[in-house]
Design a protein. Structure first.
Length: 298
């Protein structure tokens, strides 16, 4: 009889917070055998009722399967879970470690070296989703992966079950770097939106009426990142300029005066405006705002 079913890769999940639980639940629903461990055992109960095997120690969990996924609080937690259970002294040859714990690029690179020294293969991940987006493809959630390309390709089908996958390079730190870069832009957007809502806070303007206008405007402005990238690649910061640096700097007093008149602190805008003024003093008023990036780097 022909074998018409393919055995799905078993997964070990270390860490069952909201994200870890969501990840584990999608693998179970897709038919993957799942072994789980969490420092607070009660958090494993829900997945146990759905078919997960719950073990008492992280060492047991690691020994259960080749593919080990970590989703813990931070890099210190990874140290405590692995090194704290004597796994640091264990031969992990043949183990595939996929670390989805939020970390810095330097921490990810150090963890990759840690794994290599113990004979393990390593992938680092940056999750661009919140738990409700996991297992729901239409939400657009995905995970950045970096490290061994061969390891990524070996497990891509399994890793794609909870969310989309985007491989960003052999350098183990690149997933974390992409993650923080995108989230930094997100917080900048949140800061701008907070200032916008603050400006109308004392007026007879419904925030719910401003919200769709604000959302549409941000969407309309988002493609500007492509021009910024093109200018950075070419080195020509005057390429395709629509609103010159000189013109935009000339307009900043209006924003600051409006904030003052509305009783709103300018602290979310002032640092960026100061960079714009520095850039104008050091460069050409015909340029775009792209040169601010060089001021930050230097």
């Amino acid at each position: 009889m022909a074998q018409n079913t393919v055995e799905k890769t078993p997964v070990t999940m270390l860490g069952l917070g909201a994200m870890g639980t969501a990840l584990g639940r999608t693998w179970l629903a897709a038919g993957h055998a799942l072994t789980v461990w969490n420092r607070t055992p009660a958090r494993a109960a829900a997945l146990a009722t759905e078919g997960a095997k719950v073990v008492d120690t992280a060492a047991e969990a690691v020994a259960a399967n080749t593919l080990i996924v970590l989703c813990l609080l931070d890099d210190t937690s990874v140290d405590e879970v692995l090194a704290g259970t004597d796994l640091a002294g264990t031969d992990l040859a043949g183990t595939d470690l996929v670390n989805l714990t939020t970390s810095t690029p330097a921490q990810a690179r150090a963890r990759a070296e840690w794994a290599r020294e113990r004979g393990a293969r390593y992938l680092d991940g940056g999750i661009m989703a919140v738990p409700p987006m996991i297992g729901v493809p239409e939400t657009g959630g995905y995970v950045f992966y970096s490290g061994s390309r061969n390891l990524f390709e070996r497990h891509q089908e399994t890793l794609s079950v909870p969310a989309g996958t985007t491989y960003v390079g052999e350098d183990a730190g690149f997933a974390a770097l992409h993650d923080v870069a995108l989230l930094s832009a997100m917080y900048g957007m949140f800061a701008g939106a907070a200032h916008a809502f603050a400006l109308i806070r004392k007026e007879d303007i419904d925030p719910a009426a401003l919200a769709p206008l604000l959302a549409d405007w941000l969407v309309a402005m988002a493609p500007a990142v492509h021009q910024t990238a093109d200018q950075l690649r070419s080195g020509d910061y005057t390429k395709g300029v629509v609103s010159s640096l000189a013109m935009q700097v000339a307009g900043t007093p209006t924003f600051l005066s409006t904030a003052e008149q509305q009783g709103v602190s300018p602290e979310l805008l002032s640092p960026y405006f100061e960079l714009m003024r520095r850039l104008l003093a050091e460069g050409s008023g015909e340029e775009d705002l792209t040169g601010v990036i060089d001021l930050l780097v230097n």
